[in-house]
Design a protein around this ligand. Sequence first.
Ligand code: MF3
Ligand code: CO
Length: 250
Amino acid sequence: MQIKSDKEIKIMRHSSYIVSKILDEIEGIIKPGVTTKDIDNYAEYRIKEMNAEPSFKGYCGYLHSICISINNEVSHGIPTYQRIIMFGDIVKVDIGVYYQGFHGDSCITIPINKVSLEASRLIKATKEALYAGIKKVKEGHYLSDIAIAIEKVIHKYDYTIVEEYTGHGIGYNLHEEPIIFNSLSNQNFDIKLKAGMIFTIEPIVNQKSKYTKILSDGWTVVTIDHGLSAQFEHTVLVTHKGYEILTNKN
Ligand code: MF3
Ligand code: CO
């Protein structure tokens, strides 16, 4: 597992800044009637305008710049001109950006206008879980501390955590070692955190069953019981004192 140099960290602050800036802009423009491909086009245009490249395009044959997953879609939703965003949807927008040799990665769940009480509670729980995990990031702490903190929040709300998709180290590659688990259920290793490590934390939280399946498009992951799913993700740097969230747009 890599320790990033000060120079590398500086670049990753910027690739991550681009991600969070564009997510923030998308939060402002997304509305009922817009297609998921419109959002993808916007993201790609802005990424290129900021002299960067979309990390996802070309990754494992993926053809788009963002993943956009709605309601019961858990992750890796494909942008299309057919899919129209509707009043009451919860929309997960996931963006990766490659800038001067380094990646940044973040995901948010956006409620479209007024969503159900249950949907907004799920979003609140997921965000709370991400930040509970982030607060455990500090040199000398363990990956398991992060997983335990996330799990505790989700159990409090009586939701479930998807186990087959996790956070990851990030840097020269979009996905690097180690895997960042969101629960202890299937975690069979542990790592002590060191200053200079950079990884994503990205819990996916389901309203009902934790189990998922992949649709015949080969990408879109959905809940098996059609329950709602939410996700938040940040790229985070481990420091001596704690953490720095890189995908914050400041
Ligand atoms: N956003 C996912 C992650 O955080 C990766 C998307 S992979 C792609 O790890 F192929 F869909 F782009
Ligand atoms: Co990620």
